[in-house]
Design a protein. Structure first.
Length: 462
């Protein structure tokens, strides 16, 4: 329980989807925030006699849910949106790597602002960025990204990525866009030691995140896993995204991606991977057995024609699954709340499961508690329960867009993108009426346009 001196915010008269273990819901309930924690939650009005109530919110017409949790992104891509729109993954990477390899610290900061702003105004309270492009002389890219997240007021995980397999080694990135094995490991360790916070209410955490099997060496994967476990942080990478990746792994390593990852120490409850589209039964069993997590990115998978991930089968097997926006060069909208709907609809196209693939509450769970699981923070965020951190969203569902849908969770997931009346992170409000309170959205829009144009000019000059 919070001390009586705690400052309290009382939210009442709202529908609530807690996304707890029992999927507890209240048709009309209350939630009390005490400092940065959820103090109480339940049906009806808040308890009488609460001290130090600094604000009361009449949330009539709203659904309150846990804040959305993004589990895979590439912020820097905000300034290269709308390019290579008719390419598959490998061709898309070849087309864009020469441009990405010219980003600098100011571009990284501005692109992070754009990516974070778009997610936060749409209900994301915890974000992550898998940043793996560190061109020589580009400045403190990791520091710039973390600064942008801190200013936005969003809870954040930086997956400090790396690449050491360039074109000369049979990889896809240009030679000048990669790091050495030793350089990548040293820089990653320095980032963890400087920025990772292991505390319960941490706002910034760091994961070790070599990019992908086709852009990093086997030694970087192995030593990266050893480094993460020595430092006590999580591991993240791309896995089983396309059929081309599967062929690449079989040709180069003599095994498929999952077996390759297992051989390098990259399966375990401290690991989560993005995409995991092309997984057979034994792959899913291996993920379930080791509790390896998955970041499901439905819009990006469709945009790059990667395929439909077997999410229903993963969930049935016990694999932790969250949702990801992915980089905005392959999901130009950059919003996670639309991924609730897209995950449900795209998985229903699977001819095996069809309409039984996912329902509205499963989709909401993917975007909240499932994300907390894969980020290793399920005891702190992802559901609305007393004692957990006060990361939550008030969705307005009494307008033309949703008012005729009786069930609020169905309205949120199946309906149009809902307006965020208020979003709280760590007990502090960061969004009001779908506008950010922490940064100037219009200024961010101008700066992202300017940096996108500057990057395009530099790339054109070669």
């Amino acid at each position: 329980m919070a001390p009586s001196a705690a400052q309290r915010i009382v939210i009442e008269n709202c529908a609530i989807a807690t996304v707890d273990a029992n999927d507890t819901e209240y048709a009309s309930g209350h939630l009390v925030i005490a400092d940065n924690r959820i103090e109480s939650i339940g049906a009806g009005k808040a308890p009488e006699g609460l001290e130090n109530v600094v604000r009361r919110i009449d949330a009539t017409g709203h659904l309150v849910t846990p804040g959305l949790i993004n589990t895979h992104h590439h912020f820097y891509q905000w300034i290269t949106r709308g390019l290579a729109t008719d390419h598959n993954l490998f061709n898309w990477l070849v087309a864009l790597y020469p441009t990405w390899a010219r980003i600098d610290e100011q571009m990284g900061y501005t692109a992070a602002q754009g990516s974070l702003a778009m997610m936060a105004r749409g209900g994301v309270t915890t974000a992550m960025d898998h940043h793996y492009v560190y061109p020589r002389g580009s400045g403190d890219l990791s520091g710039a990204i973390i600064k942008a997240a801190s200013e936005m007021g969003v809870r954040f995980t930086l997956a400090r990525g790396s690449m050491d397999r360039s074109e000369k080694d049979g990889g896809l990135p240009p030679d000048f866009a990669v790091e050495t094995l030793e350089g990548a490991l040293t820089a990653t360790e320095e980032t963890v030691k400087k920025h990772h916070d292991a505390s319960f209410d941490a706002m910034t955490q760091v994961a070790v995140a070599p990019c992908s099997p086709f852009s990093v060496s086997t030694e970087l994967l192995k030593q990266g896993a050893e480094l993460a476990r020595r430092l006590g942080v999580r591991l993240h990478t791309h896995g089983s995204e396309t059929v081309e990746e599967e062929q690449f792994c079989k040709e180069l390593f003599g095994m498929g991606p999952t077996d390759y990852f297992e051989s390098t120490g990259w399966l375990g409850e401290d690991v989560w991977m993005a995409h995991c589209v092309h997984m057979n039964d034994s792959d899913i069993e291996a993920f379930a057995r080791t509790k390896t997590g998955v970041a499901h990115c439905p819009s990006s998978n469709a945009r790059l024609a990667a395929g439909i991930a077997r999410v229903p089968d993963m969930l049935k097997a016990g694999v932790p699954v969250g949702l990801g926006v992915d980089g905005t060069a392959s999901n130009e909208s950059g919003e996670l709340h639309t991924e609730l709907r897209n995950a449900l609809l795209i998985n229903r196209l699977n001819p095996v499961h069809r309409e039984a693939a996912l329902n509205a509450r499963q989709a909401l769970r993917l975007g909240t508690y499932g994300g907390a699981q894969v980020l290793g923070r399920a005891s702190q965020i992802g559901s609305l329960e007393a004692g957990k951190l006060a990361d939550l969203v008030l969705w307005k569902l009494d307008t033309l867009a949703h008012a005729s849908i009786a069930d609020p969770v169905t309205a949120l997931v199946f309906g149009a993108a809902a307006q965020v009346t208020a979003s709280f992170v760590n007990g502090k409000q960061i969004v009001e009426n779908s506008r950010l309170l922490t940064v100037d959205e219009d200024a961010v829009a101008r700066s992202t346009r300017d940096e996108a144009q500057r990057l395009a000019r530099i790339a054109a000059q070669g």
